[in-house]
Design a protein around this ligand. Sequence first.
Ligand code: CP
Length: 311
Amino acid sequence: TNYLVSVDQFSNADVTHYIHLAQAFKRGLAVTLKRPAYAMNLFFENSTRTHTSFEMAERQLGMQVIPFDPKTSSVTKGESLLDTLKTIQAIGVDLAVIRHPHDHYYQPLIEAGLDMSLINAGDGSGQHPSQSLLDMLTIYEEFGHFDGLKIAIVGDLQHSRVARSNMMLLTQLGAQVYFSGPKAWFNADFAKYGDYRPLDELVGEMDVMMLLRVQHERLTADKDATFDAASYHQQFGLTAARAAKMPAQAIIMHPAPVNRGVEIASELVDAPQSRIFQQMTNGMYIRMAMITQLLVQKGLLAAEPIEEVAH
Ligand code: CP
């Protein structure tokens, strides 16, 4: 395939492949392009981590990065996303990385049969496959496996594409997923991936506490008006007192950006059991692995990085 848009595309063997390839890049694996190759990152929603780490990954792989700013592009004149993609393909861009506020924005692009490669860097409250793979890398580095791991996904479940992607991939990989946070944000659809439990029942038993950002920008004005950060922190946040009950081997994860003092106590972000900044580092390597897979598909690499990945 020439597109990576949702975790439901990934078999367990694919996840293992991306993890091993990312680890090989961490150890210094380098690849060579057959010809100059061009990437464009089209971010219609704000980003720091994903945007920067995709650009870093593209540059590490030797790709040329062509700037794109939605605010000064012809999207402002009404040009559709599909026509924008057809345009940059016609000009010679090989890879488009797109973040967009609309769920499934990528469907018409796939149906149009574009020849260029496409990576979804987040669609509304849909999917965030590169975040999910970097989270899998981080968990694998810690525990060496997924089978039977107990993982709590806590917080703003209803808006979170990270939660959606991770609940799917973690259960597929054999982990046991639990949910917590405001019960109103627990959608009945999530029940097939795991049970909802009060946070205080979970903290003493989990291998991974995965906190989610409260997405103020996606809360309705109505709900926003009633949101109280201090009360949320006490009821649904990982407080220092709750973190003290975590097992010795347990880790804290958060896709970030973090609302310090809301879903997680500020000091825990930088605590020894936090892997939050390691997740960001891993993001660059896993994105190198994803892009490499697409470059291989397009025959753009001088040699496939097969032997180097063998471990
Ligand atoms: N985790 C994540 O997607 O962060 P950004 O929104 O900063 O890219």
